[in-house]
Design a protein around this ligand. Structure first.
Ligand SMILES: [Zn+2]
Length: 60
């Protein structure tokens, strides 16, 4: 089971890690559009690193 949590408390979970991530992006586009628009490449890279760590731990 994979799970990701947003800063606002929204959580997505499921057995398909790409769907779990997709649902988190869909949530962010819908509820945090301004935050996404303000993100620079290093911010996105940081998020991706944390996300891979979270999902990688869940897979073990
Ligand atoms: Zn959120």
């Amino acid at each position: 089971m994979y799970a990701l949590s947003c800063n606002c408390g929204h959580t997505t979970k499921g057995t398909d890690r790409y769907l779990v991530e997709g649902e988190m992006w869909a949530h962010a586009f819908k509820d945090h559009k301004d935050m996404l628009l303000g993100m620079k490449a290093p911010d996105i890279a940081q998020w991706l690193r944390e996300k891979d760590k979270t999902l990688g731990v869940a897979a073990q």
